[in-house]
Design a protein around this ligand. Structure first.
Ligand code: ZN
Length: 94
């Protein structure tokens, strides 16, 4: 199954989770994730295939630079997240 990456559509309407981007393992037939599972703000799928040339200069935008320092978290309790990958803080609590 492919892993899709999602990110907040707007930094103004996002939480730490979707602002940094998150990944979802999905079947091809699965519907795209439309909202952040944490804050319910709209997210978009990030196309990260290295050989796809974007029509704009997307690669230089902060959201793409951020991707290189991507940090992933898993939920360990109500409003609490523990880091599973990346360089971010070890734990996040609401
Ligand atoms: Zn969010």
């Amino acid at each position: 199954m492919p892993i899709y990456e999602y990110q907040a559509k707007s930094e103004d309407a996002s939480c730490d989770f979707c602002r940094a981007g998150f990944e979802r393992l999905q079947k091809l037939a699965d519907a795209a994730v439309l909202a952040c599972p944490q804050c319910s703000h709209p997210v978009r799928r990030v196309i990260s295939a290295p050989n796809v040339q974007s029509s704009s200069t997307d690669a230089l935008k902060p959201k793409n630079v951020e991707k290189h320092g991507f940090t992933q978290y898993r939920k360990v309790g109500k409003g609490k997240y523990e880091k599973t990958a990346g360089k971010g803080p070890k734990k996040i609590s609401a």
